[in-house]
Structure formats: structure tokens, C-alpha cells
Write a protein that binds this ligand. Structure first.
Ligand SMILES: [Zn+2]
Ligand SMILES: [Zn+2]
Length: 489
């Protein structure tokens, strides 16, 4: 009988790490980080230490202590003996940190399956992020020395390319099926607040399993989610792993509605600049803002990180980078806003990946925003908000197009942001749609797919599923669940 063990996503939104074992085949569905546990023990300058390799993560339950899945360099640093690989593959539903970030810790010889967009986004996170645990596409040997030309020992860094290893990635296209041992796994795209999201249908002799990943039915790719449900139903699954982020919500969200709201806010409320705060990698939302700006004859100015992502996604992005402006902020010595400085000197203010964007024809600085505020809609977050000092905006508005804070730390950030807005006399408006299906939608799809048994994951209140369905099995952290069919009990 196959089994499921849930090492995250239990009574929490995210942190999903699900181990499926069937006839000697072992695969992980997602391998994400738990924000809930991370926020319980860590904040800002208190973070898990790299110097302990996996010890801080094991101690506090951020990672399960399982043999045969973790990187050899980390195990060696902890004086643990070499281990045999014990997992056949990892299947990622999408690149959000709560589903993918902790592949950093996995052995590089464990194959990772995902969509093309997911791989690109992970690459962007690895190349532009500041998180020390972002060996997502490649892994650099940690705690390792090399012999320098002088014959002394040096510490290996990413510059020692001999010590940087590619992970084994397999990009799956829609309808692609792969066989891993006794399982056949099909990738099926879904609509979510990030490009490249998918669910999986897993076929086996013992029965079929459907995993929704994170799913919604109100974004611009909603047709994909509907197709997913039809395919899931056709598979006549014994088991359904369903996300339940909004199982307690009846609110019907709509991305098209957000577009209307933002378009209207710009038209009615904005005399000066419009700042929009949005989830950085939600390209559906980014496109919504881009369209709303265009309708109002304004240019959309994106951050360097967003520029990098749009360019990396290429044809998978909703528009081309040349269709928007790139806002190059002041950094380091702030030479970008000084006249007549050699471009080589200006470059030194920026990280290598950022330099690319400094001299582009569509690059602008805060000066342009200050001169023609009525011409722009600007992508902005708390982390770039200090540019308001350079811009000195007048009659500007701020549209918050992202979710409400869900941790104390986020509440504090929100308060800090409001202080900035108050200081500059900027009025804040709201327009947002969730990345997740509502409770009513989840109920409808479960009814439609009609599995023998439902395992709610990625939900703070999985017990609410039981109010609507009898065949719900609540999952426990770290416990092995034997997957008997409900009807056979
Ligand atoms: Zn998630
Ligand atoms: Zn997600």
C-alpha cells in the first residue's frame, strides 16, 4: 500500500514537503520552506546559521532529519557519515519559496522536475537574491577548501567554478508524463499568482493520485485550472491532495476586477505619480498594472529585479522589457544622478547583474519621475521606498496590490510603510485578488474530481474540509499515512 508523509504544509499555509512512497519508489512533491516555523524562531538579524549546516534547521523543525536526501558537503560539516541517496526525484509545483526554497539543502544528484518558467524563476532567485540558502539551480560546495597557486588553502566560493555543480533538472511541458519506478507522473499547468505553476496527476497500479499545488480560478490563466480539474476527474483518482489556503473564505476574487479597480484609481485619484506595490514575481499582476497604466497613457516603470525576471522569462512573460521603463535607483555612492561621471565608475555602484540595465534606452532615474510625475506608474515596495526622498512626490498615490500582512514582522513593515506615506502625504488605496481558490471553489472541484479520499494541505484550517466531505483525512506532521482507499475501509 502506498504511503504519504507530510513534512510541512500541515496546519499551515506553505512549507509543503510531501513524501510519496509506492512499491519502493520515493518522490517528494515540493520541498518548500515553512514561513510559520521560520517566523516562530527567527526575524531580521536572527536567522538560521549556515555554519551549523543543517543543525539549526533540524533542531527547530524547519527540515526533517531524513537519511539520504541532503547535500554531502553539509553532512560532512556535521561529521555525519556518507549516505546513500534515498529519494528518486522531487516534483515542484511552482517556484514560490514555500514550495521550492529548501531544494537548496538537497543532494545535487536528486533529479528535480518542474515547468520551464519554474526553472527560470528559480534561476533568477539564485542570481539576484541575497538569501544565503539559494543554491537552487547550481550548488557551490560549502565548507570546502581548495589549494591556491601559492600552495596554501583557500575557502571555496562561487568563483571557484570547479566546485559549482549543476543540479539535475528536467523541464516538463504540458501533457508530459515521466515514469519514476512504479509511478507515472503527469504535469498539468494551473492558474496561480506566479508563472509556471502546475499540479500533478500520479498514476500507479494501486490507484491514481492528484495534487493541486497552489491553484486558483480567477486569474488570466483560469482556463488552465479548469482543464486541470477535467483531467483530474478523468483520472478517477483514489487520492486528492488539495490545497486549502482559503477554505474558510467565500469571497469571489477576480484579476480582471483588479485591473478595473487600478485603472479607475489611476484615472480618478492620481494627479501625480502612481506607486503600485505588488508581489514581485506575480507577472499576472504585473501585466494587470502594465495594462492599467497603458489605458491611462502612462508608462510603467519596473524595478531592476523585475526587469531581470521579465527578460529571463522571455516569451513566457506577458510583455517585453522594451515595452516598459526600467527605474535605476541610486546605490552605493549614488553616481547615477551625477552629471559627467564615467560610466565605468557609475557601474561600480551596482551588482554585476544590475549593470546591464544602467545604460538601456528605456532606463530612467528618479529625476524623470520628479520631472513628469503624471506620466508614470511605478512598481515600488517598502524596500525601495527610500527613493521617495529623491523623488519628493507631490499629489502621488500608492496602490497596495498585495495580500494583507500575516505575521507580526509583516505588520511592523506595513506600519513603517504607512509612516513613509504619511510623511510624504501619499494616500493609499487597495486592489488585490488572491493566488488561491475560494472555499466554495475548492468544494466544487473536490465534488467534481470525486476522489475516494481527500488530504487537505497548505491550509491553516484543514478541519473545515470535514464540514463538507466525509472522506477527509487530516494529516499529521511527520506521520506516515497509509493510503487505503476510503471506500475499502
Ligand atoms: Zn504556497
Ligand atoms: Zn504559491
Amino acid at each position: 500500500m502506498p504511503t504519504l508523509t507530510f513534512y510541512g504544509g500541515v496546519n499551515e499555509i506553505g512549507g509543503t514537503k510531501i513524501l510519496l512512497e509506492a512499491e519502493g519508489t520515493r518522490i517528494f512533491l515540493d520541498f518548500g520552506m515553512s514561513f510559520k516555523i521560520a517566523n516562530t524562531y527567527f526575524a531580521e538579524f536572527l536567522q538560521p546559521r549556515k555554519c551549523t549546516a543543517l543543525a539549526d534547521f533540524f533542531e527547530l523543525g524547519l527540515l526533517p532529519d531524513i537519511k539520504g536526501i541532503y547535500r554531502e558537503d553539509y553532512l560532512k560539516h556535521m561529521n555525519r557519515p556518507k549516505e546513500e541517496r534515498s529519494v528518486d526525484a522531487v516534483f515542484l509545483t511552482h517556484a514560490h519559496a514555500d514550495h521550492a526554497q529548501y531544494i537548496h539543502f538537497l543532494r545535487t544528484d536528486i533529479p528535480i522536475y518542474c515547468t520551464k518558467a519554474t526553472k527560470i524563476i528559480l534561476q533568477v532567485v539564485e542570481e539576484t537574491g541575497s538569501n544565503p540558502f539559494s543554491d537552487l539551480i547550481t550548488a557551490c560546495d560549502a565548507f570546502t577548501f581548495y589549494e591556491t597557486k601559492k600552495g596554501t588553502l583557500g575557502r571555496v566560493t562561487r568563483r571557484n567554478t570547479d566546485f559549482v555543480h549543476e543540479r539535475t533538472f528536467y523541464v516538463m511541458e504540458p501533457e508530459d508524463k515521466v515514469t519514476i519506478g512504479s509511478l507515472e507522473i503527469e504535469m498539468v499547468p494551473v492558474d496561480h499568482s506566479l508563472p509556471g505553476a502546475c499540479g500533478y496527476i500520479i498514476y500507479s497500479d494501486e490507484g491514481n493520485l492528484v495534487y493541486t499545488g497552489d491553484i486558483r480560478f480567477h486569474g488570466s490563466n483560469q482556463a488552465l485550472s479548469k482543464k486541470f480539474v477535467a483531467k483530474a476527474k478523468a483520472a478517477e483518482p483514489k487520492w486528492l491532495l488539495s490545497e486549502g489556503t482559503r477554505i474558510d473564505s467565500t469571497q469571489q476574487d477576480s484579476e480582471a476586477g483588479v485591473k478595473q479597480e487600478i485603472t479607475q484609481l489611476i484615472a480618478d485619484r492620481a494627479k501625480g505619480l502612481v506607486f503600485v506595490e505588488h508581489p514581485i514575481r506575480d507577472l499576472d499582476r504585473v501585466n494587470t498594472i502594465f495594462e492599467a497604466a497603458k489605458t491611462n497613457n502612462r508608462e510603467f516603470a519596473v524595478t531592476l529585479k523585475l526587469a531581470y525576471l521579465i527578460e529571463a522569462l522571455g516569451a513566457l512573460a506577458p510583455f517585453s522589457l522594451s515595452d516598459v521603463k526600467i527605474l535605476v535607483p541610486k546605490k552605493s555612492w549614488g553616481l547615477i544622478s551625477k552629471e559627467g561621471i564615467d560610466s565605468k565608475l557609475v557601474e561600480q555602484d551596482y551588482a554585476t547583474w544590475e549593470r546591464e540595465y544602467i545604460g538601456r534606452a528605456n532606463s530612467i532615474t528618479c529625476n524623470a519621475l520628479q520631472k513628469n510625475p503624471e506620466k508614470y506608474v511605478v512598481s515600488m515596495s517598502l524596500w525601495e521606498i527610500n527613493q521617495l526622498t529623491d523623488i519628493q512626490p507631490e499629489a502621488a498615490i500608492w496602490i497596495k496590490s498585495s495580500c494583507e500582512p500575516f505575521s507580526e514582522e509583516m505588520e511592523l513593515d506595513e506600519e513603517r510603510k504607512r509612516n513613509w506615506l504619511e510623511h510624504f502625504g501619499i494616500k493609499e488605496y487597495f486592489a488585490h485578488a488572491s493566488g488561491h481558490a475560494s472555499g466554495a471553489e475548492l468544494k466544487a472541484i473536490i465534488k467534481e474530481i470525486n476522489p475516494d479520499r481527500v488530504y487537505p494541505v497548505h491550509a491553516e484550517h484543514p478541519e473545515l474540509f470535514q464540514e463538507f466531505f466525509k472522506n477527509v483525512e487530516l494529516v499529521e506532521q511527520g506521520k506516515k499515512h497509509t493510503m487505503q482507499a476510503w471506500k475499502s475501509l
